[in-house]
Design a binder for this molecule. Structure first.
Ligand code: GTP
Ligand code: MG
Length: 449
């Protein structure tokens, strides 16, 4: 079985479902031509939910299908029939998936099996005219529109789920080692920087099953951006152990295994946060006679650095059994030492739900209104229906938006913008006038002259 390439970062384009529109309908019966309003409400749009599923280990699925859309709510119908809710979409993600906005703003760190996050909320269904009826407004000739679902681009990032990270110079044989130990088939070639994104393989040694990831080759100065840079080291930040893969057969002068390890260690140090990870050293390519000799020569020096040394050949398989069992034992030690279950960490973006607050700001000649409710109400309004527009004006006035506009210096005829990017622009007087008429019917609004 081929293990798919380790995909670690993907941009998802999400659209939650829109709410269904409310219905305008009047009850009809034989011999009773004028019944009450009986238009039902629109259904809720489906949410998009991220759920941690330990069975999922890569983001590959999302790489292939980055656009996801939840179901729309159905519109309401006559005879008080409410529209059905749209279907939610549940997206399974690996444990440890980091969710950010496209601008890099942190949204959530999804840790722990079953952790859920509603990442895009479906729009509310619009109320039908039955639900909008009041004593004073017995037969509303309008209904509310369904709200659009939240649409957003998010970034999913998976810091390596690998238990063991392979580090080393380009062409040391890291990918070859993964290929030799697991079913993964990464690209292998005799030129440097063959690996551009980490590969992941599953290894079994005795009864321990663990994952191994390679990291694109590092060179001196990687932390200053040389070669492919050191940013790939973030893939091994969550590894339980590191293995230095050292080329024992390099023809380059000025390179020997001890020096190579020191250079890589210096880059790890500069990256930071990896000091406490246990390490092994694999001296690779001992099928080449010179390499075998070199391995014997440097073995003691490396062991003096405190690490176990394994002369191996990724090509012939020499020494791989010993190495894999040593890896397995580091992994099981780390698993035994780790706290049973990491607590769920969820950094949720602060988003006010049902917030009564709003702001009115002057922008040159116009006035901008921002706020959860006013912006939602705008979306619910059918602007082709005067009564619906009047209802909107009524709501805005009751929330205090008109008062604040007056305080901010707005005068009849001024442009008022409600919302952010896809804002709706009004000439203040005409739209408010419709509302004032409604208010006027109630006969108590002091703003009416
Ligand atoms: N003789 C011999 N050659 C090997 C061995 N392991 C790897 N090679 C060769 O070394 C070259 C580089 O191998 P890769 O596995 O691509 O090396 P890498 O460390 O993944 O390299 P980058 O991805 O560029 O960092 C290839 O030509 C391999 O065939 C080995 O045990 N013996
Ligand atoms: Mg490679």
């Amino acid at each position: 079985m081929a293990i798919p390439t380790f995909v670690d970062r993907v941009v998802l384009h999400l659209a939650a479902g829109s709410g269904g529109h409310g219905c305008v309908s009047v009850h009809r019966e034989k011999f009773k031509p004028l019944g009450g309003p009986d238009g039902g409400n629109g259904g809720r749009g489906g949410d998009i939910v991220l759920v941690v599923d330990p069975g999922v280990t890569t983001l590959l699925d999302y790489h292939r299908r980055p656009h996801r859309r939840a179901g729309n709510g159905a519109p309401g119908e006559g005879s008080m029939r409410n529209g059905a809710d749209g279907d939610d979409i549940v997206l399974a993600v690996p444990d440890g998936t980091v969710v950010t906005g496209r601008d890099g703003r942190p949204i959530a760190d999804l840790v722990g099996s079953g952790t859920r996050l509603v990442i895009a909320q479906g729009g509310r269904g619009g109320l039908g005219n039955a639900a909008l009826a009041t004593k004073r407004r017995r037969a509303p000739g309008f209904a509310l529109l369904g709200e659009p679902g939240q649409a957003s681009d998010i970034v999913l990032e998976l810091k390596s789920v690998a238990d063991v990270g392979l580090v080393g110079f380009p062409s040391a044989g890291k990918s070859s080692l993964i290929a030799a130990m697991s079913a993964a088939r990464p690209k292998i070639a005799d030129y440097p920087f063959t690996t551009l994104t980490p590969n992941l393989g599953v290894v079994e040694a005795g009864d321990v099953r663990f994952t191994v990831a390679d990291v694109p080759g590092l060179i001196e100065g990687a932390s200053e951006g040389r070669g492919l840079g050191h940013e790939f080291l973030r893939h091994v930040e969550r590894c339980k152990a590191l293995v230095h893969v050292v080329d024992g057969a390099t023809p380059e002068s000025g390179r020997d295994p001890v020096h190579d390890i020191q250079v890589i260690e210096a880059e790890l140090e500069r990256h930071g946060g990896l000091d406490d990870r246990p390490r092994l050293v694999a001296l690779n390519k001992v099928d080449v006679p010179d390499a075998r000799e070199l391995a014997e020569m440097v073995r003691a020096d490396i062991e003096a650095m405190g690490w176990r040394v394994f002369p191996i050949s990724a090509v012939t398989g020499d020494g791989l059994r010993e190495l894999s069992f040593a890896m397995a034992s580091l992994v099981s030690d780390a698993r035994a030492a780790a706290p049973a279950a990491e607590p769920t960490r969820l950094v949720l973006r602060p988003e006010a739900v049902d917030d009564d607050g709003f702001t009115v700001t002057r922008e040159g000649e116009r006035f901008r209104v921002r706020g959860v409710k006013p912006e939602r109400w705008i979306q619910q309004t059918d602007f082709s229906n005067d009564e619906a527009v009047g209802y909107l004006a009524d709501r805005l006035a009751r929330l205090g938006v008109e008062d604040e506009l007056v305080k901010a210096g707005a005068e009849p005829g001024d442009e008022v913008v409600i919302g952010g990017e896809d804002a709706v622009v009004f000439d203040w007087e005409p739209s408010m006038h419709a509302g004032s008429e409604l208010l006027g019917r109630r006969g108590s609004d002091p703003r009416l002259e």
